[in-house]
Write a protein that binds this ligand. Structure first.
Ligand code: F6P
Length: 747
């Protein structure tokens, strides 16, 4: 049966075919006309010469006799041929002395040039139509004397040209119809064949079972391998997901670790710690840092238990640990150990501020800030990575622990761990983008960094594009064996799987049961900012980092107020901007730029107590941020470059009322997943302003549709699944390695 789909498929082939044939017909018709005209003229030339030759002798004789009547009779007899219109004779002085009565008045001896001159076109346009004029010298008793002029009617050529044009058009039309019918037929048959093949694949024929008979057509065979891998991965993932749904939970992770790996305990290593103890007004207070890494990894750690090794940077961190530098966290409900590493100010300056944040950070982000590499910083970076590696060796209670290494501060760590614990399963996740080989190549220690990272069992990035960049970088700068099919790199006897694992957040959100309703959150925020009840609220939540596009966002707010005057006094944009890396000049300068721009825009538009931008440049605890998310009509993420950006996902997770709009930069990893956001180029201020306006005026139904779809994605692809997928892949690699070493021992 021909379905609408197969018709649509056929149309996809037919439309270009029809267009191509029409263009071809248009091009061919004038060509054919020109060609036929050329042939006809040549034929008439030959014919004219023949007639002139035949006429020469009798006419010469009659001219000599001076018999005018006989001459006229001879000429008249000659034009009995239907196409020969007229004949004339010009004497040596160029006078038209004899001619048939049909000889056109507008033609004279001088207008009819010699036919031997090929450059002259013998066609003349006369009032009665086109004529072909041929002139031949006449010989009387072997001496040239005057010339014969033959005038042929060309109207038949026009008639024939028209016929030819019609034939050509008809031929192309017929060709189009026949090809279309064949195409529709073949497309329909192929469509049915492909559908049957895909259905067979989905039933598992030729995928999960070996081929008993060729259920899948030859064209689809290349897909079989991919689908087989995908189905197996999904199947394994499902086995660990919760029974009723496919949603991953802390329990799924625990089950997975228990069944597939060494047990429930893992070691996480990162620079940033999940809980910071600070001394404030003589009291010790605990903070959760503004960090995507912490947001994502902390729930995983609570699910798995084990040890998290991180730099203790808080002012009260030392006094809250035991004599092994350990403290149980979360403080209110301890579930895992936080093991702190101490750095001197000098070490922190070189390793963290210098090499990691003045070198690698701008190197990996396209934000047009020049990376700075200093040898002294590099030495600190190497030394501190080694300190973390020593801590891993101390904290592990087996020779094959599962170690999760986080981010660009610790690129050398996987290689260092591999040296002391060769059997460890090391999963490294790079939380920021990976640049192309040319950009990465400017780092003076590029080979050392790559070698360090290749100590990993699994190396994860947010997007396939970052993986591709990494593989190309390794290919460019190291001697390795890269298997693009399986995305693995062999280096120094170690095999590393390079995969994309888009990071996510905890689902359901931790405050789901305790949070205030959306209306209460809104009322609270309006009260703090003294805003009227129907006032629209926008929210941005970032560390004050130059990669986050905060300046561009403010300019978009300014443009919105310029373009849509009705938003003045009706909309406020709240920017929560947590101070970060404040010891660095670039960050101090950026902080000042953000502050000054907010002041300028506020001065320009403020009316009474209303100001368009409310800049809250201080740290806010996650629960408080969640209240702002819930109060907002629109959340704006305008990063100039960002690995993932979890603010986008947190906003979506916070909106159980299924309202609110997300404006999202196309340069974030999140834009590859949250397609229902309003995707913008943050460098395009007008476009971002219009997206803001669209968000603020979007009907509730559309908001709901978009939000529902994004919430389903964040729910299904939550952070437990992120970690679970990496652990599953690690378990597979581990299994394979064990098998290989067993076989190796036997042989
Ligand atoms: O985005 C990269 C990253 O390391 C994140 O993982 C983390 O959220 C953020 O930077 C915080 O940086 P820092 O630890 O320097 O405050």
């Amino acid at each position: 049966m021909i379905t609408i789909r197969s018709i649509r498929l056929s149309l996809r082939f037919i439309m270009p075919l029809v267009v191509a044939l029409t263009i071809l017909a248009y091009a061919v018709v004038p060509l054919v006309e020109k060609l036929t005209l050329h042939w006809f003229v040549r034929d008439i030339d030959i014919r004219s010469r023949l007639i002139a030759n035949t006429l020469n002798d009798p006419l010469a004789e009659l001219i000599q006799q001076g018999n005018k009547t006989k001459i006229n009779a001879l000429l008249f007899r000659t034009i009995q041929d239907e196409r020969l219109l007229a004949v004339g004779y010009c004497d040596g002085a160029g006078n038209l002395v004899h001619r048939t009565p049909t000889f056109p008045k507008s033609l004279s001896c001088s207008s009819a040039a010699s036919n031997d001159n090929k450059a002259i076109v013998p066609i003349h346009q006369l009032p009665q139509g086109a004529v072909h004029v041929a002139t031949y010298p006449m010989e009387i008793e072997g001496v040239q004397n005057g010339s014969i002029i033959l005038v042929h009617d060309m109207s038949f050529v026009e008639r024939r040209s028209e016929d030819t044009r019609n034939y050509v058009i008809a031929l192309f039309a017929l060709l189009g119809i026949v090809t279309s019918v064949i195409t529709v037929f073949v497309a329909h048959l192929s469509w049915r064949g492909w559908m049957d093949g895909v259905r067979a694949m989905l039933r598992g024929e030729g995928i999960l079972k070996p081929f008993s008979q060729p259920a899948v057509s030859l064209e689809l065979q290349p897909l079989v391998g991919d689908l087989r891998t995908l189905l197996r991965a999904l199947d394994t993932e499902r086995r660990f997901a919760d029974d009723s749904t496919i949603t991953w939970s802390p329990d799924s992770l625990r089950r997975l670790l228990h069944k597939q790996l060494t047990g429930e305990r893992v070691i996480v290593v990162s620079n940033r710690e999940p809980y910071i103890h600070n001394k404030e007004d003589g009291k010790t207070v605990v903070h959760r840092p503004a960090s995507g890494l912490v947001t994502a990894v902390e729930p995983v750690m609570r699910a798995c238990s084990g040890t998290w090794i991180a730099h203790g940077g808080g002012t009260a961190d030392r006094e809250t640990v035991d004599r092994h530098d350990r403290v149980m966290v979360p403080p209110e409900h301890p579930e895992y150990t936080l093991r702190r590493i101490w750095l001197t100010k000098e070490e922190e300056k070189g390793y963290y501020y210098g090499f990691a944040n003045e070198g690698l950070w701008p190197l990996c982000h396209i934000a047009h800030v020049r990376p700075i590499f200093r040898s002294g910083d590099w030495q600190q970076y190497v030394a501190i990575n080694q300190r973390f590696a020593d801590a891993v060796a101390k904290e592990t209670d087996s020779d094959d622990p599962v170690v999760l290494v986080q981010d660009y501060h610790l690129a050398l760590l996987p290689g260092m761990i591999r040296k002391t614990l060769p059997k460890a399963t090391i999963i490294t996740f790079w939380h920021i983008p990976w640049p192309n080989p040319e950009s990465f190549g400017i780092c003076p220690w590029r080979e050392e960094l790559l070698q360090g990272m290749l100590g990993s069992t699994i190396l994860g990035f947010h997007t396939p594009f970052h993986c591709k960049n990494f593989l190309e970088t390794v290919d460019r700068y190291l001697e390795t064996r890269i298997e693009h099919e399986s995305s693995t790199i062999s280096h120094g006897g170690n095999l590393t799987l390079v995969e994309s694992y888009p990071i996510s957040i905890q689902w359901p959100p931790p405050w789901q049961d305790t949070q205030l309703s959306v209306e209460q959150c809104r009322a609270e925020v309006r009260k703090i900012l003294a805003l009227p009840p129907d006032h629209k609220i926008g929210i941005g939540v970032d560390r004050q980092d130059y990669t986050k596009g905060i300046l561009e966002r403010f300019r978009a707010v300014e443009k919105l107020l310029e373009l849509h005057l009705e938003m003045i006094e009706r909309f406020t944009f709240i920017q929560i901007a947590a101070p970060t890396r404040t010891a660095l000049d670039d960050y101090q300068a950026f902080e000042a730029q953000v502050r000054n721009l907010a002041i300028r825009i506020n001065q320009r538009f403020s009316k009474g107590t209303w100001q368009p931008i409310c800049l809250k440049a201080e740290h806010h605890e996650p629960e408080v941020v969640n209240r702002f998310y819930r109060a907002a009509d629109v959340c704006v993420v305008t990063s100039l470059h960002d690995g993932m950006n979890l603010v986008a996902k947190e906003f979506v997770a916070s909106r159980d009322d299924e309202q609110g709009v997300l404006v999202l930069s196309q340069f974030t990893g999140a834009a590859h997943e949250l397609h229902e956001a309003l995707i913008v180029n943050p460098y395009h201020i007008e476009q971002t302003a219009e997206a803001l306006y669209m968000a603020l005026t979007m009907p509730e139904l559309e908001q709901r549709e978009r939000m529902l779809s994004m919430r389903a994605l964040v729910r299904d692809f939550n952070v437990y699944r992120w970690a679970g997928r990496m652990l599953l892949d690690a378990a597979r690699v581990r299994q394979r390695e064990k098998l290989a070493s067993r076989i190796g021992r036997k042989t």
